[in-house]
Write a protein of this length. Structure first.
Length: 203
């Protein structure tokens, strides 16, 4: 083999090495960008969903003040992703409270059957909602409670305030919470003889 031929083989080997190095580098960089981009997107969505949860919890607190008559109106800034959807679903959920007689195995009467409505934040497959005095989070097929509704039970007395939500379907930025009517009690109802056990005990 001539010296010139040996030099050509080495030159070709150097070129192939450089090309392979470039291919490996580009492939590695592409993989890093692809997986890194997904990780960054996941962290960003987690952060914006967390901000939405905090603002919805604040909404819960201020809505409670308005609904229970402690304030005429409150302002809340709904945080989170700029691309997320914020809306009111006035027909979402309902609650039925009835008195059940364990002795007879029958429901004696219905105290209330109320549509609750909800304030909903949606960003991809993640959503945060205020409903029934509580805040709830859903991601994919899993759901969790962020803030519990007001619910107190002492002895034989149950206190369960119900906050109903209504209004315009779309929400954006700052929201003003106003009371549509004065708070009203559905139980006890002394006129119908429906009273708390503590009241009956004093008869």
């Amino acid at each position: 083999m001539s010296p010139g031929g040996t030099g050509d083989s080495r030159a070709q080997g150097d070129v192939i090495s450089v090309v392979l190095l470039l291919v490996i580098t580009i492939a590695g960089a592409t993989t890093v960008v692809a997986f890194g981009g997904e990780a960054i997107a996941g962290v960003q969505q987690s952060a914006t969903t967390g901000a939405a949860e905090q603002s919805m919890t604040q909404f819960d607190s201020k809505a409670s003040l308005v609904a229970h008559g402690d304030s005429d109106s409150q302002r809340v800034q709904l945080a989170g992703s700029a691309d997320a959807t914020r809306r009111i679903d006035a027909d979402a959920g309902w609650m039925n409270i009835s008195v059940y007689n364990a002795s007879t195995g029958a429901f004696e009467y219905e105290i209330t059957n109320t549509t609750l409505g909800a304030v909903v934040y949606e960003d991809g497959d993640a959503s945060v909602a205020y409903q029934g005095g509580g805040v709830w989070r859903r991601s994919g097929d899993s759901s969790a409670m962020v803030s519990p509704p007001e619910f107190h039970y002492r002895g034989t007395t149950l206190t369960l305030p119900l906050v109903r939500v209504g209004g315009d379907e779309r929400l954006d930025g700052e929201v003003v919470v106003r009371r549509s009517s004065d708070p009203s009690a559905v139980y006890p109802d002394e006129g119908s003889g429906r009273a708390n056990p503590s009241t009956r005990a004093s008869w």
